[in-house]
Design a protein around this ligand. Structure first.
Ligand SMILES: Cc1cc2nc3c(=O)[nH]c(=O)nc-3n(C[C@H](O)[C@H](O)[C@H](O)COP(=O)(O)O)c2cc1C
Length: 150
């Protein structure tokens, strides 16, 4: 085994209907690349769930539906991580929501609580609706946390 060629596998996986969380995922990807890390960006429907344990770091992006609900298309991922119980898996969760609703970014909170117990959670990030240029600074801070724990 050639250990020197090992590259940590980092992925951003997200669900988005109207594009806000997708924009935030792309912003986060740019911030991570700026840190000199390589990341793969997946829409949830393209994510290889069967290869979940191959990843060292997963950044999960979610919008919030219903009353603070996790979107249906992210539930398999949620349960797979819950079952995996892989404390070496480094995670972060981010999302967009609308503070008009009682549970602002409730899906981010629900993922955060599970990831905190089952993985090594480094950060969570909530953004109001469409990400603004100032949110890039918050993405950079999140990216720095990933860098420093590797
Ligand atoms: C039916 C419906 C329910 C929603 N419920 C919530 C909610 O409980 N909490 C929240 O923060 N945002 C809620 N939102 C707002 C969305 O999460 C928000 O618009 C988000 O940015 C959409 O992300 P996307 O553009 O990536 O699809 C709701 C939106 C709709 C249409």
């Amino acid at each position: 085994m050639v250990l020197t060629s090992y590259k940590p596998k980092l992925a951003i996986v997200y669900a988005s209907v109207t594009g806000n969380t997708e924009q935030l995922a792309e912003m986060l990807q740019a911030a991570i690349l700026q840190q000199g890390l390589h990341t793969e960006l997946y829409k949830i429907e393209d994510f290889p769930l069967v290869a979940l344990s191959d990843f060292d770091t997963l950044l999960i992006g979610t919008y919030t539906w219903g009353s603070g609900e996790i979107p249906g298309e992210l539930r398999d991922l949620y349960h797979a991580i819950e079952k995996l119980e892989h404390k070496e898996l480094q995670t972060a969760v981010f999302g967009t929501g609308d503070s008009f609703f009682a549970e602002f970014c409730g899906a981010v909170d629900r993922f955060r609580d599970m990831l905190y117990v089952k993985t090594t959670l480094v950060a969570s990030l909530k953004v109001e609706l469409t990400p603004q240029p100032r949110d890039f600074i918050r993405c950079e801070k999140l990216a720095e946390l990933i860098q420093s724990t590797k």
